[in-house]
Design a protein. Sequence first.
Length: 171
Amino acid sequence: MKNPLLILAGALGLSSAVQAEPLKVGDDAPVMVVVNQDGEEVDLGNVYAEGTTLVYFYPKADTPGCTAQACSLRDAYTELTDAGVTVIGVSGDSVKSQKAFAEKYKLPFTLVSDPDSKLMEAFGVPHRLSFASRQAYLIRDGKIVWLDYKASTKQQAADALAALKDVSDGS
């Protein structure tokens, strides 16, 4: 007889990560309206139109790896913004958790609450429940120009800046 808990876990999708087709360089970046750490709506299409955007996904606010990743971007924020980059972090955390995370670590960029995983799915980011895989995307003119399916924690800013230089040199 099969274990009813295993059957239930499989039916609920708990036995493996959910994954849509991953986006690739050259693909259109998903456009949707999301909610930031202040409970305000952010239209990603408008953000993309303002210049280069770094959208990075992380599993859970205020955990060691996610904090290192966010602080890497915080510490290089001036360099990123001087290069015309808007930074947006995304996780399945609540608006309240995102706000607390941003305040605790003085994060100067937008954090998006994606508890229903719609943005994760639009980008093709694997996730288990609402815990995203760590990934990063540079978007220019609404198109993905660089991506990292295994984004670094401590090197996130350096990796994004190096990629930005590469895509700028190749333009």
